[in-house]
Design a protein around this ligand. Structure first.
Ligand SMILES: [Fe+2]
Ligand SMILES: [Fe+2]
Length: 269
């Protein structure tokens, strides 16, 4: 089996969305099978690109130039699914990038198990969103998407703890806040497939935030740092702007993020 960091790099260097997620899922299955056999596969080293390969479409626009559509319309719902597909494709790359980028930091095998599992789930999420779009005669790439989603990765390119603070513990945690509202939009439209897909995403994202919190706390312990203070300092360094309430306090708690981590960083505090 190829060392894990090289698998990660190969996923990052695959441009087409469906091809990227197919490779990601194949590597994740190989990793899981090896771990089930009791093996300790090699992590190795890689040379991940600063920006992952991406398809020619969607066109990437600055957030203020992405047209807003009302969620009460079929076009609005397609736009919402398209936006989630884009987030999921970024999430696939973000999960493999952390493995490749920080392969030199010695971590317990459990860290890689968690990240590979999350990368596999992100790949599934992208595929689910593509399936929903295709069922509505659209596809990923049919609409413009937000540029700048990779910014968090660039900003934390040499700060492992910063990456954990900003990506799983801020960005993915934000997903927990907004997904119930999205599910409601599709429930009202009686779009059962989209509801089921978003519910899968919602349930699995709690796990991703929990992995972030677990390994962030692990590294704080390794460096004898206070997790809350460190988290606040890193988010203020790397995250642009304040966190937006309302927060999903219940799911955040389930994922191991207590209120005193995020409220002091919230808008208007
Ligand atoms: Fe996801
Ligand atoms: Fe996720």
């Amino acid at each position: 089996m190829m060392p894990l960091a090289q698998m990660a790099e190969a996923v990052l260097r695959t441009a087409d969305g469906r091809e990227k997620t197919a490779l990601s899922r194949r590597y994740a299955a190989g990793w899981q099978a090896a771990r089930d056999r009791g093996e300790t596969p090699e992590i190795g080293r890689a040379d991940p690109p600063l920006h992952p390969a991406r398809p020619a479409k969607p066109e990437l626009l600055s957030p203020r130039d992405v047209p807003r559509r009302r969620p009460g319309t079929p076009e609005g719902r397609i736009a919402l699914l398209h936006a989630v597909a884009h987030i999921e494709l970024n999430a696939v790359d973000l999960h493999w990038d952390i493995i490749a980028r920080f392969a030199h930091v010695k971590m317990p095998m459990g860290f890689y198990d968690d990240w590979v599992k999350a990368a596999d789930e992100e790949s599934k999420h992208f595929n689910l969103m593509c399936d929903c779009l295709e069922a509505l005669d659209s596809h990923y790439g049919a609409l413009p998407a937000h540029a700048g989603m990779w910014r968090a990765a660039e900003d934390t390119v040499d700060d492992f703890m910063g990456r954990l603070a900003v990506v799983p513990m801020v960005l993915e945690a934000r997903g927990l806040d907004v997904t119930p509202g999205m599910i409601e939009v599709f429930r009202k439209a009686k779009a059962a497939d989209a509801v089921a897909a978003l519910e899968t995403i919602y349930a699995e994202e709690v796990g991703h935030v929990a992995y972030g919190s677990k390994w962030f706390h692990f590294l704080c312990g390794r460096h004898e740092e206070d997790p809350k203070e460190r988290f606040h300092a890193l988010v203020r360094t790397y995250f642009h702007g304040a966190l937006k309430p309302p927060f999903n306090e219940e799911k955040r708690a389930e994922a191991g993020i207590p209120p005193d981590f995020y409220w002091p960083l919230a808008e208007g505090v």
